[in-house]
Design a protein around this ligand. Structure first.
Ligand code: ADP
Ligand code: MG
Length: 238
């Protein structure tokens, strides 16, 4: 479990300013959703927390310690992407175990953690299958499993459900929320879908062109939008 602090985070690619100074204090176990239209900087912000992009200025802290210069592997973070990026030649079991093997986790420990994740995600019947033999929802569960087995301090999600059909998206959304609150792992979740944000978030960050227009509980943002942009974006149906 972990707190995360973003202190005046800015990002430029060359001469283009993409993130203009974002501040937020994230509590231990909180589910934060970053929502906004395509191109507003959601993924960039998340990738800076993950350590996959450098921070141009400002500070990122996890549990009070500056992590700006820490390698992704050292940040105790697990990330789930939209295209699950499973290894096609490996079974479900091997996909979930792979990161732990790389980290030289003892074999018994790997077996135990994979079994536990498979149970939580109802993947036990599919452990020997290859990703191509799974449905979209099952693949998404394997991607979740890969994140869970690492017992990270923080979960990062970048539009993890965008490739699923509407019905499955709603179901997986509930599963993610349930799992996150059961494990109590602090989560940062990116989506362009207002409904998804409203359903999942303890607090949401509404991004507009690299600026956090508003940060607050979904109902608060919905009933008291601070800017015209927020009113239009949150008020309009998905
Ligand atoms: P979102 O995830 O909200 O759709 P992104 O964070 O992917 O937005 O992108 C925000 C802006 O930064 C976009 O204008 C995008 O073109 C730009 N951008 C993202 N990554 C790079 C990069 N590696 N080099 C240059 N520009 C980038
Ligand atoms: Mg994105």
């Amino acid at each position: 479990m972990a707190t995360i602090k973003l202190d005046n985070i800015k990002k430029s690619f060359g001469k283009t300013d993409v993130i203009h100074g974002v501040d937020i204090d994230i509590k231990d176990g909180e589910f934060i959703v970053i929502v906004g239209p395509s191109g507003c900087g959601k993924s960039t912000l998340l990738r800076m927390v993950a350590g996959l992009e450098t921070v141009t200025s400002g500070e990122i802290q996890i549990d009070g310690a500056r992590v700006n210069d820490d390698e992704p592997m050292d940040r105790d973070i697990a990330m789930v992407f939209q295209n699950y990026a499973l290894y096609p030649h490996m079974s479900v079991e091997e996909n979930m175990a792979y990161g732990l093997k790389i980290a030289k986790t003892p074999k018994d420990e790997i077996t135990a953690r994979v079994a536990e994740a498979a149970r939580m995600l109802q993947l036990e019947p599919y452990l020997k299958r290859k990703p191509r033999e799974l449905s979209g929802g099952q693949r998404q569960r394997v991607a979740m499993g890969r994140a869970i087995v690492r017992k990270p301090k923080v979960f990062l999600f970048d539009e993890p459900l965008s490739n699923l059909d509407a019905k499955l998206r709603v179901q997986m959304r509930l599963e993610i929320k349930e799992l996150q609150s059961r494990l109590g792992i602090t989560a940062l979740y990116v989506t362009h879908d207002q409904v998804e944000a409203m359903t999942l978030a303890d607090r949401m960050i509404v991004m507009n062109g690299g600026v956090a227009d508003q940060i607050g509980a979904p109902l608060d943002v919905y009933s008291n939008p601070k800017t015209e942009f927020v009113a239009g974006f949150i008020g309009s149906p998905a």
